[in-house]
Design a binder for this molecule. Structure first.
Ligand SMILES: Nc1ncnc2c1ncn2[C@@H]1O[C@H](COP(=O)(O)OP(=O)(O)OP(=O)(O)O)[C@@H](O)[C@H]1O
Ligand SMILES: [Mg+2]
Length: 226
């Protein structure tokens, strides 16, 4: 599903060069649920952006579904992302004056309007949000809002969902609900890579990858959980 080959990312700032990723090799199989952990500044967000086709590495190759994503033009890459990858960020980025259902339907890149509404409604149902469809984001709990963000990420039937600290602002109960939302996608065959500090998602994970100073601890990160 995802293959990082010797991926490096260097940032050049006024204070000198920062090596955010240092020749990272990582293979994520289709249907795998991978948790990424590591100290602040260890390169987790950089890794996620690079593998999601949002940040061109300084060196190495990123293959998603067999496609060399940075060999595509910017336009092709944007299209590829829209068709294959869903993103969930720490902040919900919901539109405050649209209902929950509208926020999810908004993500649609294709399809007839009626189909899109039906798909959005079905996703919300799967994540236990049907009773909240017509509410505004401000009327929801933080966990519910983030489940709306997960629904939105799933709308275009991505094969891969990337989440960067999706539960960073949530208490453990709400965090568990958000990870359950990702687990629903995973159980239907989806591939998940999630950056999280906590351990709430661990029981869903097939593998935990530890980053330190832009490198994967323990070699290739192929360490399997028991
Ligand atoms: N745009 C940028 N310009 C310069 N340096 C950057 C940039 N983005 C990230 N870095 C540096 O790269 C390193 C890795 O950053 P990254 O955001 O990937 O860390 P992280 O593991 O996600 O940390 P956190 O847990 O705090 O979110 C850090 O040293 C950071 O300062
Ligand atoms: Mg980060």
């Amino acid at each position: 599903m995802v293959e990082l080959q010797q991926v490096s990312k260097r940032f050049r700032g006024r204070a000198g060069e920062v090596i955010a990723l240092a020749e990272v090799d990582l293979h994520v199989a289709p249907g795998e649920f991978v948790v990424v952990r590591g100290p602040s500044g260890s390169g987790k967000t950089t890794l996620l952006l690079a593998l999601g086709g949002m940040l061109r590495p300084t060196g190495g190759k990123v293959l998603v579904n067999g496609v060399d994503v940075y060999a595509l033009t910017e336009r092709e890459r944007a299209r590829f992302r829209g068709e294959n990858i869903g993103f969930v960020f720490q902040m919900f980025h919901l539109v405050p004056y649209l209902t929950v259902l509208e926020n999810v339907a908004l993500a649609a890149t294709a399809g007839r309007t009626s189909t899109v509404w039906a798909a959005a409604g079905e996703l919300l149902g799967r994540l236990g949000l049907s009773p909240r469809e017509r509410h505004l984001p401000s009327e929801l709990s933080a966990g519910e809002r983030q489940r709306v963000a997960v629904s939105r990420a799933l709308l275009n039937h991505p094969k891969l969902v990337l989440a960067d600290e999706p539960t960073g602002n949530l208490d453990p109960d709400n965090a568990a609900e958000v990870f359950e939302g990702l687990a629903v996608f995973h159980r239907r065959g989806g591939t998940v890579v999630v950056v999280t500090h906590g351990t709430t998602a661990d029981h869903h994970a097939n593998r935990i990858v530890h980053l330190r100073d832009g490198r994967i601890d323990g070699g290739s990160g192929e360490k399997r959980m028991a």
